[in-house]
Design a protein around this ligand. Structure first.
Ligand code: FES
Length: 260
């Protein structure tokens, strides 16, 4: 009998961008395609952000289609069952709430980006997002496309394109997960070369269906004490900046290397 091989899962395990923090104001609800289905993202009035699978545990209504935030609860549009941030049903118009719960997806907000965890077998996060030597301003997406490929392939391809265009101005890159990377580029114009800031380009992909990803390219100014930026940038900025050569940079050199 031939050897039975298990097909590879269609999506890798890891943290994926599912949008940007600024998209979800208090009280807002939105739907995003994620790993073969939908994910509903909402923010409570006090600012708690949750990412959930979309179906109401009562009779299966899609909570992204008419679900509303009432205080700290997400309310189903069909029979008005209300769910607390821990997913449990906290209130119904019909008496004692049932022991039913939403399916929460592990999520994080970091660098102005909303991240959701995917594991092929539903396992909890096996690690956290890397800590960056920021602070970085929240990125603004300037392009979102859907394209063929896995998160790793598309991220690698786009990062390669950015690096080849950046030429000698490329100063560092860091992988943030299977579908996310950060490229830091020094200032473009000659008269800005002394400025202690750089351009941070974020390449972010979300697996949406087998072999397809949604891809964002987003940019932000990385404004930071130079000593806290990735090491290659610190070295170049010190050489280029009379201010920084004069020792007005603060903080201690980061031990991390942005190369990935
Ligand atoms: S389907 Fe959501 S409360 Fe009934």
């Amino acid at each position: 009998m031939g050897k039975v091989t298990t097909p590879a899962p269609p999506y890798p395990e890891g943290w994926f961008c599912i949008g940007f923090s600024r998209e979800w104001k208090a009280g807002s609800v939105g739907t995003r395609p994620f790993a073969g289905g939908d994910a509903v993202v909402y923010r409570t009035r006090r600012g708690v952000l949750r990412v959930i699978r979309p179906y109401c545990p009562h009779l299966g209504a899609h909570l992204g289609a008419g679900g509303t935030v009432d205080g700290e609860y997400l309310v189903c549009p069909f029979h008005r069952f209300a769910f607390a941030p821990d997913g449990t049903c906290a209130r119904t118009p019909y008496g004692t709430p049932p022991r039913a719960s939403l399916t929460l997806l592990p999520s994080r907000e970091a660098y102005g980006i909303v991240w959701a965890w995917h594991s092929p077998d539903g396992a909890p996060p096996s690690g956290e997002l890397p800590s960056l030597p920021g602070p970085f301003h929240s990125p603004r997406a300037f392009r979102a496309t859907e394209e063929a490929g896995t998160p790793e392939e598309v991220t690698e391809r786009v990062v390669g394109r950015i690096l080849s265009r950046a030429g000698s101005r490329h100063v560092g890159r860091r992988a943030l997960g299977p579908g996310a990377a950060l490229v830091v580029i020094e200032p473009v114009r000659r008269h800005l070369r002394a400025a202690p800031w750089s351009l941070a380009l974020w390449v972010l992909t979300t697996p949406v269906s087998p072999g397809r990803v949604r891809r964002w390219t987003a940019g932000s100014a990385a404004v930071a004490p130079v000593a806290r930026l990735p090491r290659p940038l610190s070295q170049r900025a010190r050489q280029n900046s009379p201010v920084l050569r004069g020792g007005r940079g603060t903080g201690s050199p980061t031990p991390s290397d942005p190369g990935s």
